[in-house]
Design a binder for this molecule. Structure first.
Ligand code: FEO
Ligand code: CA
Ligand code: CA
Ligand code: CA
Length: 661
């Protein structure tokens, strides 16, 4: 389905609209409506909220950790910042938050300078891409002062990138030219760039031999694993079914234990156009929302037209593995990890040496997955690990109401995954992962985003960002609110830390939203202040001390909570479990992506994505949609001749030290 009204909304909101069922009979006010009304009242009551008031409405929290942990006190030692929204970013007092690299900045010594009025695809191929999302950190030196940053570029906003263009998706992309499309394709993908620390400051090294741009237009990739070479993977230009150009919508990702960079392909459906009715892949494509019609690429590149090239969309929706140590290496699409809207791909080495990769499928009512490698990780032989992700078992999660979770194996020939249901091989199971998971009886979740194993505790954290379409009568213990506009976080407990186990237990860590509004049904520790709660958890990171940090993406919904997105620290153990604390805030219209700590915890890298985009009409000092000429903010340069620019920010403690104390 195409978005129903995309001219007046951001891409993220258009995505929400594209999922809407036109026959949805619900006429109840959503929690968002309720909180919007309450926020009007709160304007009057501002400042009146106290910890006591919050405590009155928080739900019961299970106190884990015993007396010892209770005596420990807060894990985090920083001064919280306040909810709010304005044109720039904010970080806790005593910290610096510096711009590391911006859209258009040089990736190579010979990259042209960024010239927003005279962009070209050739220049963009050598410059930092748009909408930075996942950030991976791969150390290069033993002293920790040199590293590679691996950064995804998820998508493009043509109305903010190009002079005089405006939104194109509702007007048939009539303003798009082949060159503009090529710039968009070159602004997608990823960047590998060396960074170095000197005098306590991290900076990019533009003349590093490791630097690389991965682009949707020019970077050839190999398809590996069970679906490689299958007829459904072949196209008119690739009769092997093993070679594809580019990767799209790389959202979150991961770095493997052997130091490769995983790029998750999320909303791949948005890049295709055409008519799915009667299409040979109709069942498959409809389940994924192909074609989404978000971009005009199919006008000039026929492979993005599903009628001209029926199988191209089967070649997207995978996890891509890149060796950042070799800029000439061919990225691999690892089909053993399944095809869906992969939010991320964070991994852990199990005690038995198997590698386990967790991945959420970010759509309302879609599923949580894990892949377990057949082979074992060899810490002494990097080369021996390079194809571990090609052979193993993909599992999908069924959450039981008794607090257990069963991992259901997705193996051709087992259970319903047979020819009778259209699955003739493991390749078919991987190509139509969602349909296979439907048949297995997986639990429909409230939009699984980042999934992060914590090596310190053996737990796994699952961000469930929101689900405005869950009905009150269709809740379950793992998705307990209907509708769920503010999201929640589920904590998985593998038995004895065994990530290979097929039965885990689970708990809800927090239910997000404002705990001072009873109708929201939030659940936080009573120690959470009026700035410590958040909504729409999206990405997360575990720091060197095993502590959890959350970044949020409310889309246009920030105007209903009264705060821009940001980074919050979240207690997971002891008496303070479930206490949030606000650390960083993005400029208006941005979402917060990619939190990543250095291994020593002294720097935190965050990706400010699509500033000036989401919900800026509700930003009173501005009050309209942003354009290239007139964005809601000109962050981070604040120069009249510079557009707003998505950027990576590096956060350090003044005078040095571990982030968060
Ligand atoms: Fe690209 Fe699910 O966020
Ligand atoms: Ca996101
Ligand atoms: Ca993460
Ligand atoms: Ca999101």
């Amino acid at each position: 389905m195409k978005p129903t009204d995309t001219r007046s909304v951001s891409r993220a909101e258009a995505y929400e609209l594209s999922e809407d069922m036109p026959t949805n009979p619900s006429t109840r006010p959503t929690m968002g409506d309720i909180i919007a009304r309450r926020l009007d009242r709160r304007t009057v009551l501002r400042g009146a909220l106290t910890t006591t008031a919050l405590a009155a409405t928080v739900g019961p929290l299970v106190m884990l950790g015993g007396r010892e942990a209770q005596a420990k006190g807060p894990s985090f030692d920083f001064e919280e910042i306040q909810h709010g929204v304005d044109e720039t970013h904010h970080v806790a007092p005593g910290y610096d938050a510096d711009i590391l690299i911006r859209w258009g900045d040089k990736v190579f010594a010979d990259s042209p300078d960024f010239d927003p009025m005279n962009q070209s695809a050739a220049a963009q191929e050598k410059q930092f891409g748009y909408n930075n999302d996942y950030i991976g950190f791969v150390p290069l030196s033993a002293d920790g002062n040199r590293a590679l940053l691996c950064v995804n570029h998820e998508y493009t906003n043509e109305e903010l990138m190009f002079p005089g263009l405006g939104r194109q998706d509702k007007i048939g992309f009539t303003g798009m030219t082949p060159e503009l499309v090529d710039i968009e394709m070159s602004a997608h993908g990823g960047t590998v760039i060396e960074i170095a620390k000197s005098g306590g400051t991290w900076q990019v090294v533009t003349d590093s031999k490791y630097n690389r741009r991965i682009s949707t237009r020019t970077t050839y990739m190999e398809i590996t694993g069970p679906a490689a070479g299958h007829d459904r993977m072949k196209t008119s230009v690739d009769n092997t079914g093993r070679r594809v150009i580019g990767t799209v919508n790389n959202c979150a990702g991961g770095v493997t234990p052997w130091g490769t960079y995983l790029m998750a392909e999320e909303n791949f459906h948005g890049y295709f156009q055409g008519n799915v009715t009667g299409h040979p892949e109709e069942r498959n494509y409809k389940r994924y929302g192909v074609p989404g019609g978000w971009y005009g690429w199919g006008k000039f590149h026929k492979r993005f037209d599903i009628n001209a090239e029926p199988n191209e969309a089967n070649r997207f929706g995978w996890v891509v593995e890149v060796d950042p140590m070799d800029p000439t290496s061919t990225p691999k699409k690892r089909t053993a990890l399944g095809r869906f809207k992969h939010e991320g791909a964070e991994s852990i080495v199990n005690a038995d040496g198997r590698v386990v990769v967790y991945s959420g499928d970010d759509q309302r009512f879609d599923y949580l997955y894990k892949f377990v490698s057949a082979g074992r990780y060899n810490p002494d032989d990097r080369a021996a690990n390079m194809n571990l992700l090609d052979t193993g078992t993909l599992f999908v999660a069924r959450f039981n109401d008794d607090g257990t979770l069963d991992w259901l194996p997705m193996i051709h020939g087992q259970g319903p995954l047979t020819a009778a249901n259209g699955f003739h091989s493991q390749a078919d199971v991987m190509i139509e992962t969602r349909v296979a998971a439907d048949l297995l009886g997986a639990t429909p979740m409230d939009r699984p985003e980042d999934v992060e194993p914590n090596p310190a505790s053996g737990k796994v954290y699952v961000m469930l960002t929101n689900n405005s379409k869950r009905k009150a009568g269709a809740v379950d213990e793992a998705n307990p609110r209907g509708p769920n506009p503010f999201g929640h976080i589920v904590e998985l407990s593998p038995p004895d830390g065994d990530h290979d186990a097929i039965r885990y237990t689970w708990n809800i860590l927090v239910k997000c939203g404002d705990p001072s509004v009873a109708e929201v049904g939030a659940m936080w520790n009573a120690a959470t202040t009026e700035n410590g709660w958040f909504a729409a958890p999206d990405n997360c990171a575990v720091d060197a001390k095993g502590r959890l940090w959350i970044s949020t993406d409310q889309g246009g919904g920030w105007s209903r909570t009264g705060t821009a997105d940001g980074v919050w620290a979240l207690e997971t153990e002891g008496a303070l479990r479930g206490t949030g604390k606000m650390f960083f805030r993005v400029p208006v219209g941005a979402e917060m992506c990619g939190p990543k700590f250095t291994p020593d915890g002294t720097a935190l890298f965050v990706a400010v994505q699509h500033p000036a985009s989401d919900g800026v009409k509700a930003y009173e000092p501005f009050g309209k949609n942003s354009t290239f000429e007139e964005p809601a903010t000109r962050w981070p340069d604040f120069k009249d001749d510079m557009p707003v620019r998505p950027s990576v920010v590096v956060i350090t403690k003044q005078g040095g030290g571990v982030i968060g104390g």
